[in-house]
Write a protein that binds this ligand. Structure first.
Ligand code: PLP
Length: 232
């Protein structure tokens, strides 16, 4: 049986090889997607020196995070966020990657203000055009990013997408290239608050090489580390 630490090392090797193949010299960060994983196993993964975890559900975040307060880590929210869960999520998450409307961003901004701190956010873009996927339409992403960047208590750090769900590599690559183009446009726009919107959170267990070739600065890996789990 593969242990969590061996699996983390394998994923790290895949990331390094992909970065090297793409001629990248910057860091590609690994975010552990921990949906349905219990606190002891998350702890095992963090014990390898990893520091970034991503939650899909407010309920799980709230259940697991209090058990991890003694382990240094950064917690991101990567799932669909319902407005009535905004406060719960803001109590624990350092960054929300799934911002896809101004309404949600404004709620997060107010929650951050109430807590007396700033929160990191990424704009989630539906680059594949699949109906089942969350995210703002690519044509509206730049305008949304500029509006979000102007909110006082949110720090726009970049963009997130879930690649096209297909074995057609060309379609997957197109999703990731589209996100990189949006990032370049926004980060180069000169609009207030957009200059640090450099993050590209894209690529999962099955396609992280394609994402890294397209410029991913962060890949989100679940199955590759924790094995197959039930769908969220
Ligand atoms: C589950 C999940 C991942 C990780 O996917 P794997 O295929 O298990 O590596 C990445 N991003 C999001 C938003 C997820 O829900």
């Amino acid at each position: 049986m593969t242990t969590v630490s061996t699996a983390v090392a394998d994923i790290r090797r895949r990331i390094d090889r992909a970065a090297e193949a793409a001629g990248r010299t910057d860091q590609v960060r690994l975010l552990l997607a921990v949906k349905t994983v219990d606190a002891p196993r998350i702890r095992e993964a963090l014990a390898t020196g990893e520091t970034l975890i991503g939650h899909n559900r407010a309920q799980e975040l709230r259940a697991v995070e209090p058990e991890l307060t003694d382990v240094a880590h950064e917690s991101h929210f990567i799932g669909h966020l319902q407005s009535n869960k905004v406060n719960q999520v803001m109590a624990w998450a350092d960054c929300v990657q799934s911002v896809d409307s101004l309404r949600l961003a404004e709620r997060l901004d107010r929650a951050a203000a109430t807590r007396g701190r700033d929160a990191g956010v990424l704009i989630q873009v539906n680059t594949s055009g699949e109906d089942t996927k969350a995210g703002v339409d690519p044509a509206e992403a730049e305008a949304l990013a500029e509006q979000v960047a102007a909110l006082e208590h949110l720090q726009l750090r970049g963009f997130m997408t879930i690649g096209a769900n297909t074995s057609d590599e060309t379609a997957v690559r197109a999703s990731y290239t589209a996100l990189a183009q949006i990032r370049d446009q926004v980060a180069g726009s000169g609009a207030p608050g957009t200059e640090r919107a450099t993050e590209l959170s894209m690529g999962m267990s099955g396609d992280l090489e394609i994402a890294i070739a397209a410029g991913a600065t962060m890949v989100r890996v679940g199955t590759g580390v924790f094995g197959t789990r039930p769908a969220p």
